[in-house]
Design a protein around this ligand. Structure first.
Ligand code: ZN
Length: 248
């Protein structure tokens, strides 16, 4: 392990342009449930539906009260705190050792930890929109209603306000995909952290980076389809970042 950790440090310090992709495993270190894992929320039933169904845009339009009633996806500021992965990535950015952090997480913890260059592939509740008239609302304006489990409504037209989280059946933000395309071509090192690389299109980003010659470092408890492409492979995210915390 120590030898591999030293190799990781050398890779990071020698990289011309490093980027990162983070997934649910990073959030679970902050105590946020992993809703894609086998024991995660998808195995629970709500209104006779899986969480995956509740997170589909058609169900949201018909029953926004299911989504808000779960009180899981919109959380008050401060309920969850950034962990060592978030804080070390932010410090690496400050020291010009890390470029863009792409995340599949919707919890905004990278931003809260101080990372500036964050691309939220699946969006977040930082911004919210009325489904009827399109009016935009910042997080602060919906948080109270949403965190009580109620459906926030547009003061202008009474329409349902939806967080700018990418629901199933919705397309990912084009700007985010363009950035991903650009950065995976440009980087020479990509850290893949806490994701099993099964959800597209994020899962294809490390593959694209590798195809363009970047080295991959994969840190994930479970196997991933790209393990054989990895220059370094770790399973313990916390241990790796506690090491980096002391050495970067
Ligand atoms: Zn409206």
């Amino acid at each position: 392990m120590q030898e591999k950790l030293d190799q990781l440090l050398a890779l990071l310090k020698g990289a011309r342009h490093a980027i990162a992709l983070t997934g649910a495993g990073v959030s679970t270190l902050s105590g946020i449930p992993d809703f894609r894992s086998a024991n995660g929320l998808y195995s629970q039933d709500w209104h006779g539906m899986s969480v995956e169904e509740i997170l589909s845009i058609d169900v949201f339009r018909a029953h926004p009260e299911y989504f808000y009633g779960m009180k899981i996806f919109v959380q008050p500021e401060g309920k969850y705190q950034p962990n060592v992965v978030h804080t070390v990535l932010a410090r690496m950015e400050e020291k010009h050792l890390m470029g863009t952090v792409f995340t599949q997480n919707i919890d905004r913890l990278h931003t809260l930890a101080g990372s500036k260059d964050v691309v939220e592939l699946h969006g977040s509740a930082s911004t919210n929109h009325c489904l009827k008239c399109g009016a935009a609302y910042p997080f602060a304006q919906i948080v109270e209603t949403a965190c009580q489990g109620n459906v926030p409504r547009c003061p202008k037209c009474g329409g349902v306000i939806k967080p700018d989280i990418v629901f199933y059946g919705e397309n990912l933000d084009e700007n985010a995909l363009d950035r991903a395309d650009e950065e995976t071509r440009r980087c020479d090192l990509m850290l893949v952290l806490g994701t099993s690389l099964v959800v597209q299109p994020a899962a294809s980003l490390p593959f694209m980076a590798a195809r363009h010659g970047a080295k991959l470092v994969i840190v994930n408890a479970q196997p991933t389809p790209l393990d054989s492409y990895a220059a370094l492979r770790f399973t313990d995210l916390k241990a790796v970042f506690e090491f980096l915390d002391k050495n970067i």
